[in-house]
Design a protein around this ligand. Structure first.
Ligand code: NDP
Length: 332
């Protein structure tokens, strides 16, 4: 049919189960919005893994088209800010969760959800960055805003071989920080070193829950994608006045073994980072910084190319922590 195109469609089956496969949808099935985008690339985040599967409570209605990020070219727009041919990027706003997302050749969204692609970034590079890299940049900016500079000491990145962690390592190294990368996959040490990590920290040195109020001060700052026991331990190792940007919960939704001591005896800051509802101005600032401060050749080394058909398998892999770096999905 005219205006049909490919999409990854998740259907609900019995017993709360779902199945995901590439199928055809029509432009008139897309959600309401001012801007129709011809999607070029999307990517894979932990949340996408959930939404490709049974949704983990994120998806409300089926059939569903996941994909929390996309980049492409505006096809039509009824909003003055965008014209046909403009390159745009979208992350967050619960696109791909409670409305159809980027795992399709077209997406219709509200103009407020888009950011113009900054000069110097291609749509492919933007999706190598994706929500994971965008959030890593927000975390770097939060550390900077709280006075964590390269002269203050080493910065620790947890979940380092994952999407957020890989981009965080590359950006911090480019900005001149000495980066210590925590990984549970020792075989990824060379990869992390190539991104700029100066030191590899074995995950199991930080997973034991201790009741010690404080440990020796080792890090001026940290970007944490893991939480759980690891965040509890990291907080106790931060320098006086240092900061931790908390991004994710790959290792648990609580902060285990955490005590109040790092906050009241060392003035440590715990900075919450949310990418989904981030205000427009800060989104533009972060994408501008990405175009400037993320070494593109390092980004290239993180890319694992994929197609829509690869996504069901990759979705399962990311939930098991088996994906390295950044998956870039060519939806065409
Ligand atoms: P990935 O799966 O790519 O990376 C997570 C990494 O965490 C893994 O690669 C692994 O790193 C490490 N890890 C996984 N399980 C454990 C565990 N049980 N204990 C310790 N370490 C573990 O996911 P993303 O990088 O895309 O996302 C990371 C987290 O950030 C997720 O929780 C995600 O939901 C969250 N997130 C939050 C955002 C926000 O707006 N706040 C935006 C984007 C993501 P290694 O193998 O190196 O040890």
């Amino acid at each position: 049919m005219a205006n049909d195109f490919n999409a990854l469609i998740v259907e609900k089956e019995g017993d709360g189960k779902t199945s995901a496969a590439v199928g055809r949808i029509n432009e008139n099935q897309l959600p309401e919005g001012e801007v129709l985008v011809a999607v070029e690339y999307s990517t894979l985040n932990y949340k996408d893994g959930l939404c490709i599967g049974p949704g983990g409570g994120l998806v409300r209605e089926y059939p569903h088209v996941p994909g929390i990020d996309f980049a492409g070219t505006v096809e039509t727009s009824s909003d003055d800010r965008y014209r046909p041919g403009d390159k745009v990027v979208l992350t967050g706003w619960r696109v791909g969760e409670n409305r159809w997302g980027g795992y399709a050749q077209k997406a219709r969204v509200k103009a407020d959800m888009l950011v113009p692609l900054p000069e110097g970034l291609t749509t492919r590079a933007a999706m190598a960055v994706g929500t994971a890299g965008f959030t890593a940049m927000l975390a770097v900016m939060a550390l900077e805003d709280h006075g964590v500079t390269p002269e203050k000491g080493k910065v620790l990145v947890t979940g380092a071989a994952g999407g957020v962690g890989s981009v965080a390592v590359a950006i911090l190294a480019r900005l001149g920080y000495q980066v210590a990368a925590v990984t549970g996959r020792p075989e990824q040490a060379d990869y992390l070193t190539s991104l700029g990590a100066a030191e590899i920290v074995a995950r199991d040195t930080l997973t034991e829950v201790t009741r010690k109020p404080l440990e020796s001060e080792q890090w001026a700052g940290a970007i944490d994608a893991v939480a759980g026991a690891m965040l509890g331990r990291v907080l106790k190792q931060i320098h006086y006045g240092g900061s931790v940007a908390a991004i994710g919960l790959a290792g648990g939704a609580a902060i285990e073994g955490a005590l109040i001591t790092p906050f009241i005896l060392r003035g440590v800051n715990l900075l919450g980072i949310d990418s989904v509802m981030q205000p427009y101005d800060n989104r533009v600032r972060a994408w501008g910084r990405i175009a400037r401060d993320l070494p593109m050749e390092k980004l290239e080394a993180m890319i694992q190319p994929a197609t829509l058909a690869d996504l069901p398998g990759l979705g399962r892999d990311i939930l098991k922590g088996r994906v390295k770096g950044r998956v870039v999905v060519d939806v065409n």
